[in-house]
Design a protein around this ligand. Sequence first.
Ligand SMILES: [Zn+2]
Ligand SMILES: [Zn+2]
Length: 282
Amino acid sequence: MRRTWSVAVARDDRLDVDWRHVGQVMGSWADRAEISPVGEVMWLAHTGSVEVADALADAVTALGLTPLRSSRTDFEDQDYATADFIGVTGADLSLDPPFVLGEPFRDDPPCPECGHHDAFDVTQVRPVRIDESLLDAPAPDGGHPGPNGWEVVNLPDGGLLLSTRLISALREVAEGLVVEDLLDAHGETSARMAALRAEVAVLTPCPRHTRFEGEPPCSSCGTAKSSVDGDFWVPRSVVGTADVVSRHPRRAALLYVSQAVFAVLADVPGVRRGDPLRVCED
Ligand SMILES: [Zn+2]
Ligand SMILES: [Zn+2]
């Protein structure tokens, strides 16, 4: 995996700081970081070294400006080869006309521990009903379905729908697969799709093997409070023999699947690979 640390400096004309001087200071880091201007309103610096990013941010602070820090991790083929679980998402189908009919989801209150709330924090209050005709149409992003239509499709609550053909194929490699029926536009059980559910939720990674750059995630909802440095480890005592795990408390969203399951899904149109997870034998 490759990590990149970034420092952004935004121009603020309310402060008595000479923007040209800021440019000279940023330029002086060009041998240690990739420095680029954004018009005349911002400077960006990217580096593979956290020490360089720290020192550069200190230099910006010394000028009287407030640097914005961020970091990202780019995973490489080797990370996926050694992963035990791989994040997976599918095609996003239309909101207008709607693929999901009748509003099956209701907002949850914010997390009682950390106050976080996002689009996945919902309760399903009635069965999910879908317009199956959209499974055979191009997606809003212009992508085209395969010969069996879209077979892996995202739901607005972060859930994942799979075709019955894929579910049969997955049952050959994943013993404890959990799926839930859904309804077609007429209110009959869909013969084409069902919703995949995780067998277990993993909200926080193994604290013994996972290194955080700040606080660990919220233990109630799993929301990150800092970046993970290196692999995201989950203990065997939590995942057991599951082939599908979720990093969301409702076990519908943020799904990660075993290598065996991912191998079945990998080449299906619309499928995208997310982050890798690794299992530690605790
Ligand atoms: Zn929380
Ligand atoms: Zn561990």
